[in-house]
Design a binder for this molecule. Structure first.
Ligand SMILES: C[S@@+](CC[C@H](N)C(=O)[O-])C[C@H]1O[C@@H](n2cnc3c(N)ncnc32)[C@H](O)[C@@H]1O
Length: 276
């Protein structure tokens, strides 16, 4: 089976540690849940027949939805072809700033918005998705003279996977996304990272601080008590060690590429936490 790959570069994307993650995936499970799906590295790697995927980022989830409709998918590719042909710094800011006027932004078709999300991801600085408290995309231009926004074959593979299987796509808070999970289901949580100092967590206008990490740990425990297989990745911080001390904490080394300060790129310790 040909597997899809993430169609966006996503902060915290799991492509680099996919082999490590696979070591901890249970051999057998019922429905797969990924409530912080982002670019979907593990989702596509596993390509499960029954899945519930979710992300609070509405623009990202809109792309997944557009890929599920053949007609809209084609129109999105046409939008992207046009954007690639017009690509320049000025054009980038023109597209980026479309979300400054909410009324006209909301009138854009879903496939145009999906094209915008992919185009910005491929041409902004470092492939970051960052919004301010008004939910305005605020990453500067990435200074690429040319952009290649999509791999058509991969998008078809992704689209086929999403439409030919039982995949439910949601955009709600993580707690809501897993509320129907039952015994034998497998839930993989890949939340925005905790940090002992500071870290990037502006994927959505709401951010993700210590309180959310604590709320997530309660949800994790509830699912574990229900008999679900629960796996979570995060940084190896003091808070995470405290919150998950009753579970299995596996420390691994990961290379991180998304950091505004190039000098800080490098190895950081991550943990994979399981209840099995
Ligand atoms: C570390 S990233 C996931 C990366 C993903 N595993 C990958 O391979 O690309 C975390 C994701 O959580 C989403 N997110 C942030 N707060 C959330 C919330 N309260 N509920 C659901 N998703 C949220 C962000 O939009 C972001 O896409």
């Amino acid at each position: 089976m040909i597997k899809g790959k993430p169609f966006v570069k996503w902060a915290g994307g799991k492509r680099q540690i996919i082999e490590k993650l696979l070591e901890y995936v249970p051999a057998d499970f019922d429905t797969y849940y990924e409530p912080f799906v982002g670019g979907g590295a593990l989702l596509f790697e596993l390509s499960p027949k029954k899945a519930v995927i979710n992300d609070y980022n509405k623009e990202l989830i809109n792309v997944y939805n557009v890929l599920c409709n053949e007609n809209k998918f084609k129109k999105m590719c046409n939008v992207l072809n046009g954007y690639e042909a017009n690509h320049s710094e000025e054009f980038y800011y023109e597209i980026r700033n479309k979300d400054r006027n909410k009324a006209s932004f909301n009138r854009l078709s879903d496939y145009t918005r999906a094209g915008r999300t992919i185009y910005l991801n491929k041409s902004c600085f470092n492939g970051l998705y960052r919004v301010n408290s008004k939910n305005e995309f605020n990453v500067p231009f990435g200074k690429k003279a040319k952009v290649n926004t999509y791999d058509g074959e991969n998008l078809i593979t992704v689209s086929n996977y999403l439409t030919m299987n039982d995949v439910k796509i949601l955009s709600v808070d993580f707690e809501e996304a897993v509320k129907d999970a039952k015994k034998e289901d497998f839930i993989y949580f890949d939340p925005p990272y905790d940090s002992d100092t500071t870290t990037f967590n502006s994927y959505t206008e709401y951010g993700f601080g210590k309180e959310e990490q604590k709320k997530l740990a309660k949800v994790y425990k509830k699912l574990a008590d229900k008999g679900c297989y629960v796996m979570l990745s995060n940084h190896n911080t003091s808070l995470i060690n405290e919150l998950y001390k009753d579970f299995n904490i596996h420390v691994i080394e990961a290379k991180r590429n998304i950091n505004a300060n190039g000098k800080k790129r490098g190895k950081v310790e991550e943990v994979i936490i399981t209840n099995y």
